[in-house]
Each structure stands twice: as C-alpha cells, then as structure tokens.
Write a protein that binds this ligand. Structure first.
Ligand SMILES: [Ca+2]
Length: 541
C-alpha cells in the first residue's frame, strides 16, 4: 500500500505545481513557443535506434488506472523505451477518474504537455489549433504506422479530421470477435426434444416458437412458464434491431442504414413496417416476451438464469451474459432468419475496439518528429506492443506449448485481482500501443482455450458475418458543432422511434397510423440528422 500512497502523493504534487507554474517545459534544448519550425532537429536520427543522439526529454500526459500500484517510470515498458530511444519522458500521470476534467483544464490554460495519450475525440476536435498537423510527417517518421495504414484505409479514414489532415494516431486493441454486438440464440435441447430443425426462415422460427409455447419444454409440469422468445429493447446489444433485417432493412442504435451509398433513416421504410407486423404477430400470440419492451437488463438476465430454464430463444451480445457459464452448451447461435422476401441481414458493430485519437502532439513540442518516431517505436514489434499492453512475458501473460499467448494468473498475488497485477506490471489499455489480435503472424495469436465467452462469440459472429450490410457508418472525427447538433436531434428522434416500435409491436400498425408516423417523422428534422452522417460517410469512402 505504501507505493499506492506514494503515487497519490506524487499526483497531488503534479496537480499543485501545475496550478502555480508551467510544468511541462522539457529539458534539453530550450524550447521556442512559436510554431515557426524549420524541420527536424540535427539531434534526431532519421532511422534506427536510438531515436536521438543526445538525450532529450519530453512531457506526455497519460491517464492512470486507479488499480495501478506504481507509476509510469516503474514500468518495464517505460524503462526499456528510455534505454532504446534515448528519449526520457516526464509523465504527467492523471488518475483516470479525473482524466477528462484535467485535460479540459490543460487545454484551457494552454499549459500543455508535449503529447497526450488517448485524449477523447471531442476534446481533440475542439482544440485542433493547439495540436501539430502530422499529415506530412507520417510517411517519413512513422514507417510502421504508415505501412499499417496502407493495409487499413478504414483506420486511416477514421483518424483523418474533416479538414483532411491527421492530428492523431490510433491506439487500442483490435479483436477479431468484436464485429457483432448481438446474436440470436436458440435452446438446442428444446429443438431436439421436438425433433425440429434449426429454423432458417421467419416462418420456421414462428412455428418453433409456437411449439415451445404449447409444450412443457422445461419439464416442470407447468406448460405456461416458458418464454418462447425474449429480448431487452432498452439495450441495443439485446434488442430486436438486427431481427428487422429479415424484412429488408435494419434498425440499430442510430436507426440508420447505408443503402446504395445513401445514409437512410429506416423506420419510415415499408420494410420496417413489415418487420413490425411480424413482431406484432409474435406479440399478440404470446410468443414474444411482453416484458421485452420494458424490462431492464438485470431483469432480462435474471430470467435467463432461472432453473429450470424458461427462455426458448433470445438475443444476447455474449451468450454467457444471459444464461451463465454453466449452461452454454444448451444453446446455439443461428444465422439471420430469411424473411418472406428472401432478405437476410444483420448489423455489423460500429465499435472496433480501436481509439482513433490514441496519441496527439501539441504545439508545445519542439520536435514532433522525435515524438512520433517514439510512438512508432512503441508500435514497432509484437514484443514492444505486448510490453506496453500486458507487461513482460511470463508475468501477466505467457506463451503456451503451441506458441500462442494467453493471460496467466499464476503470478497474481493470492487474494489479488488480475487487473491490479496487470495495470502494475504494464501500462495496459490506456497506453499508446495498438495491439492487433487480427494479426495472423505467429506468435501474436492469442490462445482462446478455455475462454468460452469468446469462443461462443466467434461462433455466433461466423453465422452473421455473411449477412452484414455492404457499408456501415464509420466512427471518424467530426466537427464539435455537428456532433452537438446531431445529439440534440437524435434525442427526440430516438425517443420517438423507440415509442413507435413498442406501440406498433403491442398494437399493430394500421395504414392510418403508418401515415401518421410518416408525418411525425417529417417533423423531427430527420433530413438534417441523416445529412450529418452522410457527410461523415462520404469522407470515409
Ligand atoms: Ca414448463
């Protein structure tokens, strides 16, 4: 605990000093405050290590995990980086709970460090004039990143600001199991008991639900406690959004789909109404959990874990989250159901696990070239990336006999938690590193042995991947004004659409009600809402 106390003390000291005096001026050469630079300093090596001939010092702000038991200079990744690069970093460590507030103060005061690891995107966009435009330095000084971006134009687009320039580099963990955030699961034991095939169409699904309803599937003598199909409309990872796809359009968190390169508001499309009719049929025949429209995620999960089980089918992001880890084998993920018009469509997740404002250089930095070479060094190999992300090998992670890596618990002090150990031996996910678990070059592949949640996630994703829409809304960087306007419009639109969906599922939609819905939608300024995303999408192409 003494280390922890020392950390709190040093943080308090940093905060105090910053209030009274500028504290980020690096050592070494005297920094000039103006942006009139004439290119890289003569002290910089253009290739190889170390990065600079004579030692240079820079300040970098980073958010610290509350669970970390030490400071950045104690971590092996930092010690090795200083030794390899000859660049010393004065870390401005800000506890994660105060991160955004402190960054706001730093930007407002203008007393900025040389670089910031993982500032929030909106803060970056609000302060572009204080950041260094890295666009023209990228190919020369960050060859590792530059080559990576050539293979991933989607990421290059996502780190490019609306003015076409690049002010930030990516960081984070990209995992191959993050492509969907919802799946349809069915109780395979119930199916087998009825000798039914796995449903492949909306009509087969309907027949299956009827059979689940009419029989005492869980064998407790009560024919009425089964819930043939449940969901949780309040949460986009557990709601009906992707099930709309069987009828030709998707619902999702934004209520938008890109159709032939046009961002389209789907709730006013006739296909959307077809889906609502189908759901209303399930609802009115008692095949759909009526609480699905109102229940909380806690209620939804609690019902999934009852013994005997009562769910015949349900929507989940991760199977174990709903049914618990001891019942995984009972359920199977199914492919998107084929609707009456032959449509099969499922949402691809917008979240990639990456952070597009992972590393920025401020205009206080006297040699941005040196610091972006430093970022490139961190990301130059599996070894360095893992050192930053999980620490030295054989502490929080190790290779198994097949040469795959996995987290290990063996060194975690007894009674301790993995995360506390992890965030102490390593910087963890808050660092400037970009770990790609997509990378198929051994030994970067993570072992999934025994990681049942992830294995099931991959299995369900494989069912849906062939049915993703051709294009999805990118993440991207946007003007703060556009984000603000959109969020105001969205609050009304989302509230209205959610109510409309719930009412339509419960009561059906007559022609008159549908026409009224179209008129209501026109009042919600949807063209403006859609247009704001169209701009983002067009820039990403
Ligand atoms: Ca029963």
């Amino acid at each position: 605990m003494s280390q922890r106390k020392a950390l709190s003390f040093s943080l308090a000291l940093v905060l105090c000093v910053c209030i009274t005096a500028p504290c980020f001026s690096g050592g070494g050469q005297s920094g000039s405050s103006s942006g009139a630079r004439t290119g890289p300093s003569a002290n910089l090596n253009l290739t190889g290590l170390p990065l600079v001939k004579d030692r240079e010092t820079y300040s970098i702000a980073i958010s610290m995990r509350t669970l970390s038991q030490n400071s950045m200079p104690d971590k092996e990744a930092v010690i090795r980086a200083e030794r390899d690069t000859n660049i010393r970093v004065n870390w401005v460590e800000i506890i994660e709970t105060a991160w955004i507030e402190r960054l706001n103060i730093l930007f407002a005061s203008g007393d900025l460090p040389d670089a910031i690891v993982r500032p929030p995107a909106n803060l970056v966009m609000q302060n572009l004039p204080l950041l260094v435009d890295l666009t023209n330095m990228l190919d020369t000084y960050t060859p590792v990143l530059s080559n990576f971006l050539k293979t991933r134009p989607d990421i290059k687009s996502n780190i490019t600001a609306p003015d076409g320039r690049i002010y930030s580099f990516p960081s984070g963990v990209e995992q191959p199991w993050g492509l969907v955030d919802d799946s349809l699961f069915i109780d395979k034991e119930w199916l087998d008991a009825l000798r039914l095939p796995v449903p492949s169409t909306t009509e087969e699904f309907y027949s299956m639900l009827r059979a689940f309803k009419e029989n005492d599937m869980n064998g407790n003598g009560n024919r009425n406690d089964e819930i043939p199909f449940s969901f949780c409309q309040a949460n986009t990872q557990f709601n009906l959004k992707s099930m709309f796809g069987s009828f030709g359009v998707l619902d999702n968190a934004e209520h938008l789909q890109i159709i032939d390169n046009v961002v389209t508001f789907t709730p006013t499309r006739p296909e959307f109404r077809d889906a609502l009719r189908y759901f209303n049929r399930l609802y009115s025949e008692g095949l759909m959990d009526p609480e699905g429209l109102s229940q909380s995620i806690e209620q939804y999960t609690a019902k999934g874990r009852l013994t005997p089980t009562i769910y015949g089918s349900f929507i989940a992001n991760v199977l174990g989250n709903i049914v618990g880890l001891d019942q995984l084998d009972k359920y199977i993920p199914v492919s998107p159901l084929k609707g009456p018009g032959g449509h099969q469509l499922w949402n691809r997740s917008r979240a990639a696990g990456l952070f597009y404002t992972g590393f920025v250089i401020t205009n206080k930095c006297r040699s941005p070239e040196a610091l972006i070479r430093w970022y490139d060094y961190v990301n130059s190999s599996f070894d360095t990336v893992m050192l930053w992300h999980l620490g030295p090998v054989n502490m929080a992670w190790a290779f198994d006999e097949k040469g795959l890596w996995r987290n290990i618990m063996t060194n975690v002090p007894s009674g301790g938690v993995f995360e506390e150990y992890w965030f102490t031996v390593a910087v963890g996910g808050n660092g400037p590193q970009l770990l790609q678990i997509y990378d198929t070059n051994a030994p970067t592949i993570r072992s999934l042995e025994g990681d049942w949640n992830t294995l099931y996630k991959l299995a369900s994703q494989a069912k849906q991947e062939p049915y993703f829409p051709k294009a999805i809304l990118p993440q991207g960087l946007e003007e703060p004004g556009i984000i603000q306007e959109r969020s105001i419009l969205f609050a009304d639109i989302d509230n209205y659409v959610r109510n409309f969906i719930a009412t339509s599922i419960m009561n059906g939609v007559t022609d008159a009600q549908w026409n009224e819905h179209i008129r209501n939608s026109q009042r919600l300024n949807i063209p403006r809402y859609v247009q704001s995303y169209q701009g983002l999408y067009d820039r990403s192409k």
